[in-house]
Design a protein around this ligand. Structure first.
Ligand SMILES: [Zn+2]
Length: 116
């Protein structure tokens, strides 16, 4: 069966498990894949960092209850958090690093700091 280099698409000669024509193609393929991973991960890390900063600044100013609209207007991205848990009674608690928040039924978000 003919095989083609993952990087440049040229026909590969030699061992049947070869995926690239040479080291240069293998390195180039792996580097671009790593770059792709980094870009995707970095975008999510930026959102988590922004969420963290918003929670930190609000609590530093003494705000523990804030509306979802305000959080959204500050750039908070509700899709991203570092963990989630369901407490006894069904309350869902999202964690963004050392900050926790709960969505209240009234459109408010309740923030707390986890000290450890
Ligand atoms: Zn190649």
């Amino acid at each position: 069966m003919e095989r083609y280099c993952r990087e440049c698409g040229k026909l590969i000669y030699g061992r049947s498990d070869k995926l690239y024509c040479d080291d240069s193609c293998r390195n180039s393929y792996n580097n671009s894949r790593e770059r792709e991973y980094r870009i995707e991960i970095e975008a999510i890390n930026q959102s988590l960092k922004r969420n963290f900063k918003i929670l930190k600044e609000l609590t530093n100013r003494g705000k523990r209850r804030v509306s979802k609209e305000i959080l959204t207007s500050l750039g908070f991205d509700f899709r991203y958090f570092t963990s989630i848990r369901r407490e006894k009674g069904g309350k869902i608690v999202m964690q963004c690093y050392n900050y926790s928040y709960v969505n209240g039924s009234n459109g408010s978000v309740y923030i707390s700091i986890k000290n450890n």
